[in-house]
Design a protein around this ligand. Structure first.
Ligand code: ADP
Length: 526
């Protein structure tokens, strides 16, 4: 009769695999137990059997020719189904075994006693067997002997697993590229009791030069201030993580990224500290260079901003005076000038206007950046603001303007003056970059509690890598610098929209035009 599979078969096989014992050579400890079973119980056949998916395999055996048999005919397949010992006094009288090939043929089993062996998860991974070729009674004294010997096999299996795990850990610690140190805080000075090869590689100190010393010796003659933090963590029996300057055996400094953790036993007694160290000297150098460059960049930005402020404040009044004189010339003495002279004055005045626009943009941007721009938030309709802002733009360059307005008004909360300038800027750009005889479309919509504005042109489009930069101060698309460009218009738009709780962006593809958009909080409809 074939035995059924144990309910926990999957866990059982998983446990068995952990021991890595199948098909290993004989070992004296198991062989000795087998000979004790045979001698003490006076049986000709004894086995330490392990049952895997398809077979029973004997780690140790006596009185048999084969080292394994099919699981289907194994007595042990029955024995692992229960936790107590399986005793078959006479196989000829037991219907489960009377026709078993191991009974009818070699080794002609008549008597079987098997005590299950326990895996670490409590499953029965094998059996310690006492087998005879004649029927027998098995006294309670003999049962106790087999049970005790099975417990010794279990001990041996536990020891095997612990050794395997220890070896695995040791291999990991030996090969890991972080320095590992173990210290003993229960000895004076918390000395090192173990260090791995990576520690030697990083510091240059061999284990015999480090063991017995406090980790402080890596500090050289210039203790890092972090040392106090480490000492505090150790005194308080808590972990420490930090970066400190240490010295190799050859005196060379290195940056040590250190993690120290206390190790406690089950009763909460402090056993050790384990330290993990990484040499991060190269990374630290890169970070420092990055930080220096960042500081330099910030300094340059400060310089640029103070220059900008100087331009704003120092150029404004002389420029107003210049513009005043030019207007005076044009008005008062125009009769005395010929056409060419008048044209020169007109062009001087146009240039002064451009400078004035630039200075106003700079002023607005710096006021928005410093949060000093007064906002006059009111409720209005986005389509009214748009129509009003675009009154002058409609006939530029033969470019047509198409307005797509929703049936319902789009109420919005905003500063009317600022928003109409933003619209003027965005639509002005769309016109500026549009090819002749094309169409610029302005669309207004409202959804998800937002009032939305879109302006689409058929211009050159903006490469993805420039799309963020054009909203930054003086940011322009690479290689497209134009004469009448400040690179401040979109910066102003972004700051103005964000100051009013909105957001702004662009969707664009080179050669396929651009859509600039912004959204603002909608006002509740009245
Ligand atoms: P300006 O137009 O004065 O240079 P902006 O801040 O308004 O400053 O625009 C920054 C840059 O963004 C422009 O120089 C241009 O390269 C790009 N840009 C803006 N609008 C468009 C547009 N509609 N189509 C293509 N490029 C644009």
């Amino acid at each position: 009769m074939v035995a059924s599979l144990p309910a926990n078969e999957k866990d059982r096989i998983q446990a068995l695999r952990r021991y890595a014992i199948l098909d290993t050579p004989p070992e004296p400890a198991f062989d000795r137990i087998i000979s004790l079973v045979a001698r003490l119980l006076k049986v000709p056949i004894a086995t330490v059997t392990l049952v895997d998916e398809h077979r029973q395999w004997f780690k140790a055996y006596c009185g048999l020719d084969e080292s394994e048999t099919d699981r289907d005919i194994a007595f042990c397949s029955h024995a692992i189904l229960q936790d107590e010992m399986l005793i078959v006094p006479d196989t000829h009288k037991d219907p489960r075994f009377v026709n078993n090939p191991l009974v009818t043929g070699k080794p002609y089993i008549r008597f079987y006693a098997g005590m299950p062996l326990k895996g670490y998860n409590g499953s029965n991974i094998g059996v310690l067997c006492a087998i005879d070729t004649v029927p027998r009674e098995f006294s309670s004294e003999q049962q106790a002997i087999l049970e005790d010997l099975a417990e010794i096999v279990n001990e041996e299996l536990r020891f095997r697993l612990a050794t395997l795990e220890k070896n695995l850990l040791a291999a990991a610690v030996n090969h890991v590229n972080a320095g590992v140190i173990v210290t003993d805080p229960n000895q004076p000075g918390n000395p090192i009791i173990y260090c791995n090869p990576a520690f030697t590689e990083i510091t240059g100190y061999e284990p015999e030069e480090a063991i017995g010393r406090s980790c402080r010796f890596l500090q050289g003659e210039h203790p890092d201030p972090e040392q106090q933090e480490i000492a505090k963590a150790i005194a308080e029996r808590r972990p420490y993580r930090g970066l400190l300057l240490n010295y190799r055996k050859n005196g060379e400094p290195f940056w040590n990224s250190l993690l120290i953790s206390p190790v406690f036993d089950e009763q909460g007694n402090l056993l050790n500290f384990v330290g993990l160290q990484h040499d991060v000297t190269d990374r630290k150098r890169d970070m420092d260079t990055l930080q220096e460059n960042f500081e330099r960049l910030k300094e340059l930005e400060r310089l640029r901003d103070s220059l900008t402020n100087m331009i704003i404040h120092d150029l404004r009044s002389p420029l107003s005076v210049t513009m005043g004189y030019l207007d005076f010339l044009r008005g008062e003495i125009s009769g005395k000038l010929d056409e060419e002279e008048l044209d020169l004055i007109r062009r001087a005045r146009e240039s002064a206007d451009e400078i004035n626009v630039m200075i106003t943009s700079l002023l607005d941007v710096s006021r928005l950046e410093s949060g000093k721009m007064p906002l006059d938030i009111t409720e209005s309709n986005l389509e009214d603001i748009t129509q009003w802002a675009l009154a002058d733009e409609l006939t530029l360059k033969g470019v047509r303007l198409k307005l797509e307005l929703p049936a319902e008004p789009v109420p919005v909360r905003c500063d009317l003056g600022l928003i109409s300038r933003v619209i003027g800027n965005l639509v002005g750009n769309a016109f500026k970059y549009s090819p002749e005889e094309s169409t610029v479309t302005v669309r207004i919509a409202s959804d998800e509690g937002k009032a939305r504005f879109f302006v689409t042109d058929a211009g050159p489009g903006i490469p993805l890598e420039d799309q963020k930069r054009i909203f930054e101060k003086f940011g322009q698309v690479k290689g497209t610098r134009r004469v009448h460009s400040t690179g401040l218009g979109l910066t102003f738009c972004k700051l103005a929209i964000e100051a009013q709780g909105g957001s702004i962006g662009v969707n664009s593809e080179v050669g396929r035009g651009s859509t600039f958009w912004f959204s603002l909080p909608a006002a509740t409809r009245k």
